[in-house]
Structure formats: C-alpha cells, structure tokens
Design a protein. Structure first.
Length: 211
C-alpha cells in the first residue's frame, strides 16, 4: 500500500510543487549554463529503472560538450578537465539533479530510492541484484546518498541500497519514516557538500587501504 499508492502520491504532489516553485531557478541556471559552455542546457542518459527496465534520466549539463557520453564520471581520465565553471557549482550543490523532478512527476523515478545506474554499469546492477534493489523505483536521493555517496565502493553502495529496499518492502509507518529520514538527511548532506568527489567511487575504501 505504501510503496504503490502513498509513496507515489507524495512523489506526484511534491514534484508538481517543485516544478512550479523552482521554475525561476531553472531559468537562471539555464542561462548560466549557456554562457559557461554554449550548447544544450540539459542532457539525458539511459539509466536502469525498476525491474532493470531502461528510461531516460535528465540533468542540467555540468560538463563540456566534448565529454564522452554515457560514461560514469569515475571512469573518465581526469574528469575535472571536462567540468565547466558553472558545472563545478552545480555538481557540488547537486543542483544539476533538479531536472529529475520531471522524471519523478512522470513516474520514472521516486524522490527516495537507489540512485539509477547507467545502462552500462553492470557491476552496480549485478551487486544490487543480490539485495533485490533493482526491483524498486530509483530515486533522486537515497540511503546510500547520505552515507557516503561518491566515496562508496560499488559493493557497499549496493548493500546500502539493499537496506533501503528491505525497509521499503516492509511498508507501513516504518517505511514512511525511513523515507523521511533519507529526505532530511539529504538536506544536511547537500548543505555540507558531503561525499561529492569527482571520479571518487570507492574513495573511502582506498583511504583505508592507504592507512
């Protein structure tokens, strides 16, 4: 009941309000992006949705037009060379994710859930299969996002997504409160800029090995 009806209702209402009240911010960011690097303001990527179906995820463009398409940032050689000046701010503040409010409104995503993997991130999809995390709707933010984000190695990220999936499938008030916990945690995480490391997948693990 919670996952299928209540959660979707909350997503629909909040995303509709977001599209309306943030329209001014969309306009300002769009102008800044065009000035920083002429080209499309937004871009779409093929991502893995619920039950491993594919959908097109939308973002504000934070990287140069010359950047290889459909490649995870952590797989780029020296990824910072591709990021525009405004893009650094967008990524640090997570404002590049704002267009996904539309993806939430159309039902492709949820506000809270595992971050959708790229279509070619087989390692992440494979790890999530172990926990059933591919069988829930992906989210704008989630449990893994407030517990390390880019710093997490793939196996740890998938395990955290599995923990979220288990809570969601339990349903009821516990699932709702856990979603609230993820939502509030995201606000503090974004405000602090936690876990945003370009090309930093697995950074926590590497730091431990170096010690």
């Amino acid at each position: 009941m919670y996952e299928k009806v209540i959660k979707r209702f909350i997503d629909l209402v909040l995303s509709a309000l977001g599209l309306i009240f943030l329209s001014w911010l969309y306009l300002i960011l769009s102008i800044a992006i065009m000035i920083s690097d002429p080209g499309p303001v937004m871009f779409s990527q093929k991502r893995v949705g619920i039950h491993k179906t594919f959908f097109q995820l939308h973002k504000f463009r934070s990287m140069k037009m010359s950047t290889p398409h459909d490649m995870p940032t952590h797989m780029l050689e020296n990824p910072e060379q591709y990021i525009t000046n405004i893009g650094q701010f967008l990524r640090k503040s997570s404002l590049d994710e704002l267009p996904q409010i539309w993806d939430i409104f159309t039902g492709k995503m949820s506000i809270i859930g595992p971050r959708p993997a790229l279509w070619n991130q087989d390692d992440l999809v494979r790890e999530r299969d172990k926990y059933g995390a591919n069988d829930v709707k992906p989210g704008l933010t989630g449990w893994a996002q407030i517990n390390g984000r880019d710093e997490l190695e793939i196996s740890v990220k998938a395990q955290l997504d599995g923990e979220y999936t288990k809570k969601l499938k339990a349903g009821g008030m516990k699932a709702f409160l856990f979603d609230c916990r993820c939502f509030i945690g995201t606000i503090f995480s974004v405000a602090r800029g936690d876990g945003v490391i370009e090309g930093g997948t697995g950074e926590i693990h590497r730091q431990r090995l170096e010690k």
